[in-house]
Design a protein around this ligand. Structure first.
Ligand code: GLN
Length: 293
């Protein structure tokens, strides 16, 4: 019989070349929560308890997968975001905590964006991936009409499943934001809020990236061409200038190296009240801008 403590020790041993101590502890907790169904608190408090037999059987396969560098969320097939659970797979980026901060900002701003007479709130998420932003918004703004688009049909399939398990009704469309010909494939023409966390990782960032990001996460969701790192921001800003209602809000997650450039881009397109915010690590990570009235 294996105890919970045995599992922590064997994970530490097996993963110490890939992750630091804190990461290994976090990974082990996620695995134990998933395979035992116990709470985090219970796992931490009862490390001398034996694992249930069926949980013990699953461990070897999971550990073998983790040793390849595969992120724990892909190994388990799920990730937490904004208190909700999402299916993830190599077609979708794993939701990041910085993006939860962006969702928080949007939710705080949403009340002011409703149309005064009707109370309508049309929201568009561009490059939705697992659907995490769109679904977290809809969950917290049940009366909003949320549309989510992505270039990847595989990502959209996953996002649709996530909408179902989280009991949210969202319109999904396959759209390539860089290709205008695909833009007319969704019925809503005007939005109160547009949000995007587009690809923004450059070659320079890629060289510093952990192998489990670079080897396992979808490159279409991460990387931008070296000669045009703001390619998605330019396309989305143009799109938003057309599709937002006057006074509508545009939110971006950004590469910390391009705060000023993103703000300048929005100014060039006449957006107003542009705000740049840092994430909890103090890095320039998100921008909010208003389409002029
Ligand atoms: N924040 C992600 C990372 O560091 C990148 C997300 C993105 O490119 N939109 O891997």
């Amino acid at each position: 019989m294996k105890t919970i403590k045995d599992v922590f020790l064997s994970f530490k041993d097996a993963l110490n070349k890939l992750y630091d101590f804190h990461e290994i502890e976090a990974i082990t907790l996620l695995v134990l929560e998933e395979i035992t169904g116990f709470s985090r608190a219970k796992i931490k408090a009862f490390t001398n308890d034996d694992l249930p037999a069926d949980a013990s059987e699953k461990l070897d396969g999971i550990l073998a997968d983790l040793k390849t560098g595969k992120p724990v969320q892909y190994v388990l097939g799920t990730a937490e975001f904004y208190g909700l659970s999402f299916f993830v797979n190599p077609a979708t980026l794993i939701p990041r905590p910085e993006t939860e901060e962006l969702v928080e900002w949007i939710l705080k701003s949403a009340a002011d964006s409703r149309e005064p007479e009707t109370g309508n709130l049309n929201i568009l998420d561009i490059g939705t991936g697992s659907g995490c932003i769109a679904i977290a918004l809809k969950k917290n703004l049940p009366n909003a009409a949320v549309t989510a688009i992505d270039i990847s049909e595989d990502a959209l399939q996953t996002a649709k499943k996530n909408a179902v398990i989280n009991e949210t009704d969202i319109k999904f469309n396959n759209v390539d934001i860089l290709n205008k010909a695909t833009h007319n494939s969704f019925p809503t023409t005007h939005f109160n809020i547009i949000v995007s966390n587009p690809p923004y990782v450059t070659l320079k960032d890629k060289l510093q990236m952990h192998i489990n990001v670079n080897n396992f996460e979808p490159h279409t969701a991460l990387f931008v061409p070296e000669n045009d790192p703001l390619i998605f921001y330019k396309a989305i800003t143009n799109f938003a200038a057309e599709k937002l209602i006057p006074g509508g809000l545009l939110f971006f997650e950004i590469n910390e190296a391009f705060g000023k450039e993103t703000v300048d881009l929005l100014k060039d397109k006449s957006f107003i009240n542009i705000e740049l915010r840092q994430d909890m690590s103090g890095r320039d990570r998100m921008v909010k801008a208003v389409k002029p009235y």
